[in-house]
Design a binder for this molecule. Structure first.
Ligand code: ISJ
Length: 376
C-alpha cells in the first residue's frame, strides 16, 4: 500500500491542475460574456448546459462518478454564470426583475391602511415605521388591506407576518401570492399583551376572554391557569377591547396591548401575560407598486416545485452556489392540491447583485412557479 503522504502528494498535483483549469475556464466564460454583451444574448443557455452535463457525465468511466461529475459541473457552470451576471451589471445590463429602485417610499394618496381598529398592534407598528403623524385608516380584514393598495386607495398596507412565539401568520403569506403587491419594508415591534376588563371588574369576575387567535396562543400559559374561561376568537386584539366596552359586561375580558386600554378606557387586570418576554411581531409594509429602496438588503421569494425526489435540494443549491445567506424558509400548503407545498424563502441581498440575479435565474428555471415578493 502507498504511504498516505505519497497519495496526498498525487492529490495535490491533481488539485493544482484542477485550479489552473478552473481559472482558464473562467477566463473563457468571461470572453463568452463579452460576446453576449455585444450581441445582447442572455447569460443562461439552458440547452447548452443540458448538453454539457450529458457530455461530461459520459466522459467518466466509473458509474459511481457519474452523479458527482454532474454535480460538479452544475456548480462550475453556476459560478461561470454568476461571474457573467456581474459583468453584465458592470456594463449596466443587469436584470432588476421589474422592480423600480427608489430613494424613499413615494406617496400619492398620503394614506397607509392597517387591519383592525385604533390601538391595534398593526397601528403601533405603522407608527413605529412611518411616524406618529402618518395619515392612515383601518379596514376589517387583511384581504381588505391588500385590496386597498392594489386598487390605489392607499399607498401602503401594514400586515403582521410572523410572531416570535406563535410563528407565521399564514394567511398573509397566501395573500402575498394571490395579490400582485410587494413588500417594501419591515418593522418589528415588541408585543406585550395585557388582560383588560371593564373599570371596576376584577380577574375573579371573568368567564369569557376575547382576542385574536395569535394573542390567545401567545398567552397560553396564563390561559392554562384559567381553564374555566371561554376563549373567543375575534378579528383583532383592539376589536376585542372595543367589543367588551360595547357589551358592557364585567364577566368579559380582552387580551390586547396596554395602549388599547388607554384608548377604550379599560382597566389592566393583569399585565404581561404573554409567555415569552421576548414576544415580538414582525410586520411587513406592502405596496401596490413594484418598488424597492436602494439600500434594500433582503429579498423575499416564493416558489412551487414538482413533487419529485431532490427538487427542493436542487432549488436550495442555487443559494449555496451563489454564496447567498438564506435567512428563512417556510412552506405552506397549496390550496386545492392535497399535500403539495409552496415555499417561501428570505435571503440576504439586493436585486441588483450579480449573485442574487444568478440565483433567481436558476430558481426560475427549476421552479414550476416563482415570484419575487419584495426587496427591502
Ligand atoms: C459560458 C456560457 O454561459 C453559461 C455558462 C455555461 C458554462 O459555464 O459552460 C454554459 C451555458 C451558459 O448557461 C455559454 O453560454 O457558453
Amino acid at each position: 500500500m502507498k504511504e498516505l503522504s505519497r497519495i496526498r502528494e498525487e492529490i495535490d498535483g491533481i488539485d493544482s491542475q484542477i485550479a489552473a483549469l478552473y481559472e482558464a475556464r473562467m477566463q473563457l466564460t468571461a470572453e463568452v460574456a463579452e460576446y453576449k454583451l455585444s450581441v445582447g444574448k442572455p447569460v443562461l443557455d439552458k440547452a447548452r448546459e443540458k448538453e454539457k452535463l450529458e457530455k461530461v457525465k459520459g466522459l467518466v468511466q466509473a458509474e459511481e462518478n457519474r452523479y458527482g461529475v454532474g454535480e460538479l459541473f452544475e456548480q462550475i457552470m453556476a459560478l461561470s454564470r454568476r461571474r457573467q451576471y456581474q459583468m453584465m451589471i458592470q456594463h449596466g445590463q443587469g436584470n432588476d426583475m421589474g422592480f423600480a429602485q427608489v430613494d424613499s417610499l413615494p406617496f400619492s394618496t398620503n394614506k397607509v391602511v392597517y387591519q383592525g381598529t385604533e390601538g391595534a398592534y398593526s397601528q403601533i407598528a405603522m407608527k413605529a415605521y412611518f411616524g406618529e403623524a402618518i395619515d392612515s385608516y383601518h379596514v376589517e380584514t387583511w384581504r381588505d388591506a391588500m385590496e386597498a393598495i392594489s386598487s390605489g386607495q392607499a399607498d401602503y398596507a401594514v400586515l403582521p407576518i410572523e410572531n416570535s412565539s406563535a410563528g407565521i401568520v399564514g394567511e398573509n403569506f397566501d395573500l402575498l401570492v394571490e395579490y400582485d403587491n410587494c413588500i417594501v419594508a419591515e418593522q418589528t415591534i415588541k408585543v406585550e399583551h395585557a388582560l383588560l376588563g371593564l373599570p371596576g371588574s376584577s380577574i375573579s369576575d371573568i368567564t369569557h376572554v376575547y382576542s385574536h387567535p395569535q394573542a390567545l396562543m401567545q398567552s397560553v400559559d396564563f390561559l392554562d391557569m384559567h381553564k374555566d374561561w371561554k376563549q373567543k376568537k375575534i378579528e383583532n386584539t383592539a376589536m376585542a377591547a372595543k367589543k367588551i366596552v360595547e357589551d358592557g359586561q364585567k364577566c368579559q375580558a380582552a387580551i390586547a396591548s396596554t395602549v388599547t386600554a388607554d384608548i377604550y378606557g379599560l382597566e389592566i387586570l393583569q399585565n404581561n401575560i404573554n409567555y415569552s418576554d421576548e414576544n415580538s411581531t414582525r410586520f411587513i409594509i406592502v405596496s401596490g407598486k413594484k418598488i424597492c429602496l436602494q439600500e434594500a438588503k433582503k429579498v423575499s421569494i416564493c416558489f412551487e416545485i414538482s413533487h419529485e425526489s431532490g427538487s427542493l435540494y436542487h432549488m436550495l443549491s442555487h443559494f449555496i452556489f451563489n454564496n447567498l445567506n438564506m435567512v428563512k424558509i417556510e412552506s405552506r400548503p397549496i390550496k386545492d392540491k392535497s399535500f403539495e407545498y409552496r415555499f417561501f424563502v428570505d435571503m440576504e441581498g439586493n436585486l441588483g447583485d450579480g449573485a442574487v440575479q444568478n440565483a433567481l435565474k436558476g430558481l426560475q428555471e427549476g421552479a414550476l412557479y416563482l415570484k419575487v415578493l419584495g426587496n427591502y
